[in-house]
Design a protein around this ligand. Structure first.
Ligand code: NAP
Length: 324
């Protein structure tokens, strides 16, 4: 079968399409025929060798995917060949990834794909929606009627966060860097959308809240924004650090004065029971149409290198997906 393989950490050019053996499931595993694989920024950090946990080389990248069950292990029950599923496999490469025609999965990494979603949409669920739910609901415990700033709302995690927060009765402010991204953020449920490239946008958010500030910030680029986030919080406000690409100086007094809290969010730290809860809530949200995965761009599997360049470029618009 065809798969993208990485033999040495490096730039996008290290992603090469190769023939590899078809996997065989162990007793508690399944093999999924992958029809689409999601591309996440973390896939690029791992490929570059810049991520905390590195897979053994060579490896097949990818945590997200969707397809049909092709084979099941002898001790697998409740799943059968032909079932449509989406996948969320832990990053860091314990099992081969989803950038392949078939992938080996442990049963807890496989979830039913609602009928109303395409395989491309299924590949856009795993990391993005689970992270948004983990941050908004389980970590900062945002409540209906609170005001939530999704700081970086146009990408995978951002759009999922906007849909989740607006469907739960929160007032949602979202930022994006492009006109197209801003339109998407509004369409998907934000009450106020503005560009993080405008010099006065923090002031405009403050005005939107009549000077009170926001209750919750879901932060996609903390090394740029955390210091100003702390000045934008209402009393008792919480920031969830989801994305971060460096260091930043903050004034702790800004947190102190507001009784504010900063929450780190790392999806892979989610305990299994809580992950089960996340997936159950997401499947219900897709079925009742409050959640709708947005696929902005697709590339064929052979063009994984171009997809890795695209996911790190400005102008995000939902998810980037590889078709297999
Ligand atoms: P993505 O689809 O590439 O989206 C990136 C988002 O960041 C876009 O909305 C982009 O907006 C926005 N952005 C760019 N410059 C910004 C700025 N100055 N201020 C605020 N936002 C800005 O990535 P993603 O999948 O949504 O992931 C977002 C971040 O979270 C990434 O760093 C990713 O690695 C991280 N992440 C962490 C976890 C975890 O477990 N902690 C899980 C998933 C993702 P424009 O392109 O419109 O400018």
């Amino acid at each position: 079968m065809k798969a993208i393989c990485v033999h040495a950490f490096g730039g996008p050019e290290v992603l090469s399409l190769e023939d590899v053996p078809v996997p065989v499931p162990g007793p508690h595993q399944v093999v999924v025929r992958v029809h689409a694989a999601g591309v996440n920024p973390v896939d690029t950090y791992i490929r570059a060798g810049a991520y905390a946990s590195k897979p053994n080389l060579p490896y097949i990248p990818g945590s997200d995917g969707a397809g049909t069950i092709e084979a099941i292990g002898t001790d697998v029950h409740g799943i059968k060949p032909g079932d449509r599923v989406y996948l969320l496999k832990p990053g860091g490469g314990a099992l081969p990834g989803t950038y392949a025609e078939r992938t080996l999965c442990d049963v807890p990494h496989v979830h039913p794909l609602p009928r109303n979603l395409s395989f491309e949409q299924g590949a856009a669920i795993g990391v993005a929606y689970a992270t948004a739910y983990r941050a908004l609901v389980q970590r900062v415990q945002a409540q209906p009627a609170e005001t939530v700033l999704v700081h970086g709302a146009s990408g995978g995690v951002g759009i999922a966060s906007v849909q989740l927060a607006s469907s739960r009765g929160m007032t949602v402010i979202g930022t994006a860097g492009s006109k197209r991204g801003l339109e998407l953020v509004r369409t998907e449920g934000a009450h106020f959308a503005l560009s993080h490239n405008n010099h006065d946008y923090i002031e405009r958010i403050r005005e939107f809240t009549a000077g009170r500030g926001v209750d919750v910030i879901l932060e996609m680029l903390a090394n740029v924004n955390l210091a100003k986030d702390l000045t934008l919080l209402a009393a008792g406000g919480r920031v969830a650090v989801i994305g971060n690409r460096g260091t930043i100086e903050i004034n702790p007094r800004d947190a102190m004065a507001r009784d504010a809290a900063i929450y780190g969010v790392m999806l892979w730290n989610t305990p299994p029971r809580e992950m089960q809860g996340i997936q159950a809530a997401l499947v219900a949200g897709f079925a009742n149409l409050t959640l709708r995965p947005i696929v902005g761009r697709t590339f064929p599997l052979a063009e994984a290198a171009q997809a890795h360049q695209a996911v790190m470029a400005p102008g995000a618009y939902g998810k980037i997906v590889l078709t297999v």
